[in-house]
Design a protein around this ligand. Structure first.
Ligand SMILES: N[C@@H](CCC(=O)N[C@@H](CS)C(=O)NCC(=O)O)C(=O)O
Length: 203
Protein backbone atom coordinates (compact mmCIF):
# COMPACT_ATOMS: atom_id res chain seq x y z
CA UNK A 1 0.00 0.00 0.00
CA UNK A 2 1.08 3.58 -0.50
CA UNK A 3 0.28 6.33 1.96
CA UNK A 4 0.56 9.82 0.47
CA UNK A 5 1.57 12.37 3.07
CA UNK A 6 3.39 15.58 3.69
CA UNK A 7 5.70 15.49 6.67
CA UNK A 8 4.18 18.69 8.06
CA UNK A 9 0.48 17.75 7.83
CA UNK A 10 -1.09 16.91 11.20
CA UNK A 11 -3.79 14.89 9.41
CA UNK A 12 -1.19 12.82 7.60
CA UNK A 13 0.51 12.43 10.98
CA UNK A 14 -2.61 10.71 12.31
CA UNK A 15 -2.45 8.12 9.53
CA UNK A 16 1.29 7.67 10.10
CA UNK A 17 0.72 7.11 13.81
CA UNK A 18 -1.95 4.51 12.94
CA UNK A 19 0.50 2.72 10.60
CA UNK A 20 3.06 2.46 13.39
CA UNK A 21 0.59 1.61 16.14
CA UNK A 22 -0.83 -1.21 14.06
CA UNK A 23 2.59 -2.61 13.11
CA UNK A 24 2.03 -1.93 9.41
CA UNK A 25 5.26 -0.07 8.60
CA UNK A 26 6.50 -2.88 6.34
CA UNK A 27 3.22 -2.96 4.39
CA UNK A 28 2.72 0.77 3.90
CA UNK A 29 5.14 2.83 1.84
CA UNK A 30 5.13 6.53 2.72
CA UNK A 31 5.17 8.78 -0.32
CA UNK A 32 5.56 12.55 -0.12
CA UNK A 33 2.86 14.31 -2.11
CA UNK A 34 3.18 17.73 -3.69
CA UNK A 35 0.15 19.58 -2.36
CA UNK A 36 -1.01 23.13 -3.08
CA UNK A 37 0.81 23.17 -6.41
CA UNK A 38 -0.84 23.87 -9.73
CA UNK A 39 -1.02 20.75 -11.91
CA UNK A 40 0.68 18.61 -9.28
CA UNK A 41 0.99 14.99 -10.48
CA UNK A 42 -0.54 14.06 -7.11
CA UNK A 43 -3.92 15.30 -8.36
CA UNK A 44 -4.07 12.32 -10.72
CA UNK A 45 -3.89 10.06 -7.67
CA UNK A 46 -6.16 12.00 -5.32
CA UNK A 47 -8.28 14.60 -7.11
CA UNK A 48 -8.95 16.52 -3.90
CA UNK A 49 -5.20 17.10 -3.59
CA UNK A 50 -5.35 16.57 0.17
CA UNK A 51 -3.23 14.34 2.33
CA UNK A 52 -3.41 11.76 3.77
CA UNK A 53 -4.49 9.45 1.00
CA UNK A 54 -4.04 5.70 1.00
CA UNK A 55 -3.71 3.69 -2.20
CA UNK A 56 -4.64 0.17 -1.24
CA UNK A 57 -3.14 -2.97 -2.78
CA UNK A 58 -6.36 -3.44 -4.78
CA UNK A 59 -5.85 0.03 -6.29
CA UNK A 60 -8.72 1.69 -4.44
CA UNK A 61 -7.91 5.06 -2.92
CA UNK A 62 -9.08 6.28 0.46
CA UNK A 63 -8.70 9.84 1.64
CA UNK A 64 -9.23 11.49 5.02
CA UNK A 65 -7.36 10.63 8.20
CA UNK A 66 -10.45 9.31 9.96
CA UNK A 67 -11.35 6.82 7.24
CA UNK A 68 -7.76 5.71 6.69
CA UNK A 69 -7.11 5.20 10.42
CA UNK A 70 -10.39 3.30 10.82
CA UNK A 71 -9.56 1.06 7.86
CA UNK A 72 -5.96 0.38 8.91
CA UNK A 73 -7.24 -0.38 12.41
CA UNK A 74 -9.43 -3.22 11.14
CA UNK A 75 -6.75 -5.00 9.07
CA UNK A 76 -5.64 -7.28 11.92
CA UNK A 77 -9.21 -7.98 13.04
CA UNK A 78 -8.47 -6.33 16.40
CA UNK A 79 -9.54 -2.69 16.07
CA UNK A 80 -8.56 -0.59 19.07
CA UNK A 81 -7.92 2.96 17.90
CA UNK A 82 -11.59 3.98 17.92
CA UNK A 83 -13.54 2.73 20.90
CA UNK A 84 -17.28 2.36 20.40
CA UNK A 85 -18.92 5.81 20.08
CA UNK A 86 -22.19 4.73 21.62
CA UNK A 87 -21.08 3.27 24.94
CA UNK A 88 -22.18 5.02 28.11
CA UNK A 89 -23.10 8.59 27.38
CA UNK A 90 -21.37 8.37 23.93
CA UNK A 91 -18.38 9.53 25.92
CA UNK A 92 -15.65 8.34 23.58
CA UNK A 93 -17.29 9.98 20.57
CA UNK A 94 -17.66 13.23 22.48
CA UNK A 95 -13.99 13.28 23.45
CA UNK A 96 -12.86 12.42 19.93
CA UNK A 97 -14.90 15.18 18.33
CA UNK A 98 -13.73 17.78 20.85
CA UNK A 99 -10.15 16.87 19.94
CA UNK A 100 -10.93 16.97 16.21
CA UNK A 101 -12.61 20.34 16.58
CA UNK A 102 -9.50 21.70 18.25
CA UNK A 103 -7.22 20.36 15.50
CA UNK A 104 -9.50 21.64 12.73
CA UNK A 105 -9.41 25.15 14.23
CA UNK A 106 -5.63 25.17 14.58
CA UNK A 107 -5.32 23.91 10.98
CA UNK A 108 -7.49 26.82 9.78
CA UNK A 109 -5.27 29.22 11.73
CA UNK A 110 -2.09 27.68 10.27
CA UNK A 111 -3.50 28.00 6.75
CA UNK A 112 -4.37 31.65 7.38
CA UNK A 113 -0.98 32.69 8.75
CA UNK A 114 0.70 31.16 5.71
CA UNK A 115 -1.08 33.65 3.46
CA UNK A 116 0.72 36.87 2.43
CA UNK A 117 0.33 39.69 4.99
CA UNK A 118 -2.08 41.67 2.82
CA UNK A 119 -4.41 38.67 2.40
CA UNK A 120 -4.45 37.58 6.04
CA UNK A 121 -7.50 38.20 8.21
CA UNK A 122 -6.63 39.35 11.75
CA UNK A 123 -10.23 38.63 12.78
CA UNK A 124 -10.01 35.04 11.64
CA UNK A 125 -6.63 34.38 13.21
CA UNK A 126 -7.81 35.81 16.54
CA UNK A 127 -11.00 33.76 16.37
CA UNK A 128 -8.99 30.56 15.93
CA UNK A 129 -6.48 31.44 18.65
CA UNK A 130 -9.37 32.13 21.06
CA UNK A 131 -10.96 28.81 20.12
CA UNK A 132 -7.69 26.93 20.71
CA UNK A 133 -7.32 28.56 24.13
CA UNK A 134 -10.88 27.60 25.13
CA UNK A 135 -10.30 24.06 23.93
CA UNK A 136 -7.04 23.82 25.88
CA UNK A 137 -8.96 24.92 29.01
CA UNK A 138 -11.53 22.23 28.25
CA UNK A 139 -8.81 19.58 28.02
CA UNK A 140 -7.19 20.73 31.24
CA UNK A 141 -10.48 19.71 32.91
CA UNK A 142 -11.17 16.54 30.90
CA UNK A 143 -7.74 15.04 30.34
CA UNK A 144 -8.03 12.77 33.38
CA UNK A 145 -10.74 10.69 31.73
CA UNK A 146 -9.65 7.03 31.55
CA UNK A 147 -10.13 7.06 27.76
CA UNK A 148 -7.53 9.83 27.50
CA UNK A 149 -5.17 8.13 29.95
CA UNK A 150 -5.41 4.56 28.68
CA UNK A 151 -3.98 3.01 25.49
CA UNK A 152 -3.65 5.43 22.59
CA UNK A 153 -6.78 6.02 20.54
CA UNK A 154 -7.94 8.45 17.87
CA UNK A 155 -9.03 11.07 20.45
CA UNK A 156 -5.53 11.07 21.93
CA UNK A 157 -3.91 11.10 18.47
CA UNK A 158 -6.00 14.13 17.47
CA UNK A 159 -5.21 15.98 20.69
CA UNK A 160 -1.45 15.49 20.50
CA UNK A 161 -1.52 16.47 16.81
CA UNK A 162 -3.41 19.65 17.73
CA UNK A 163 -1.18 20.69 20.64
CA UNK A 164 1.98 19.94 18.66
CA UNK A 165 0.74 21.82 15.60
CA UNK A 166 0.04 24.91 17.71
CA UNK A 167 3.55 24.69 19.16
CA UNK A 168 5.44 23.95 15.96
CA UNK A 169 3.63 26.51 13.80
CA UNK A 170 4.03 29.33 16.33
CA UNK A 171 0.58 29.71 17.88
CA UNK A 172 2.17 28.88 21.20
CA UNK A 173 2.42 26.28 23.92
CA UNK A 174 -1.16 25.42 24.83
CA UNK A 175 0.05 23.45 27.85
CA UNK A 176 1.44 26.56 29.61
CA UNK A 177 -0.29 27.03 32.97
CA UNK A 178 -2.29 23.86 32.32
CA UNK A 179 -0.38 21.31 34.41
CA UNK A 180 -2.66 18.34 33.79
CA UNK A 181 -2.60 18.80 30.03
CA UNK A 182 1.17 19.41 30.19
CA UNK A 183 1.75 16.12 32.03
CA UNK A 184 -0.40 14.26 29.53
CA UNK A 185 1.41 15.81 26.55
CA UNK A 186 4.78 15.01 28.06
CA UNK A 187 3.79 11.34 28.47
CA UNK A 188 2.22 10.94 25.04
CA UNK A 189 5.21 12.60 23.33
CA UNK A 190 7.35 9.71 24.59
CA UNK A 191 5.32 7.15 22.64
CA UNK A 192 7.46 5.81 19.75
CA UNK A 193 4.70 6.36 17.12
CA UNK A 194 4.23 9.96 18.27
CA UNK A 195 7.99 10.64 18.40
CA UNK A 196 8.60 9.11 14.97
CA UNK A 197 6.00 11.30 13.29
CA UNK A 198 7.15 14.72 14.50
CA UNK A 199 7.47 17.25 11.66
CA UNK A 200 11.05 17.84 10.43
CA UNK A 201 13.06 20.02 12.79
CA UNK A 202 10.65 19.62 15.71
CA UNK A 203 11.63 17.97 18.97
N1 LIG B 1 -10.33 16.14 6.88
C1 LIG B 1 -9.08 15.83 6.24
C2 LIG B 1 -8.21 17.07 6.23
C3 LIG B 1 -6.96 16.87 5.38
C4 LIG B 1 -6.24 18.19 5.08
O1 LIG B 1 -6.80 19.28 5.21
N2 LIG B 1 -4.98 18.09 4.66
C5 LIG B 1 -4.20 19.27 4.28
C6 LIG B 1 -2.83 19.21 4.92
S1 LIG B 1 -2.89 19.48 6.66
C7 LIG B 1 -3.97 19.25 2.78
O2 LIG B 1 -3.70 18.21 2.21
N3 LIG B 1 -4.05 20.44 2.13
C8 LIG B 1 -3.77 20.56 0.73
C9 LIG B 1 -4.81 21.34 0.01
O3 LIG B 1 -5.71 21.88 0.66
O4 LIG B 1 -4.73 21.43 -1.22
C10 LIG B 1 -8.41 14.68 7.00
O5 LIG B 1 -8.75 14.45 8.16
O6 LIG B 1 -7.58 13.96 6.40
Amino acid sequence: MKLYITTTSPYARLARIAVLEKGLADRVELVEAKTRTQASPYYTINPSGRVPCLVRDDGQIMEDSQLICAWLDTLDGKPRLMPEYRTGDWIYGRLEYHARSMLDGIAVWAREIRRPDNERSPGLTKHEIDRAVRMADFWEKEIGHPLMQGPINMAQMLLIAAVDMALHRGMGDLTSNRPKLAAWVQRVRQMPSVKATLPPGAS
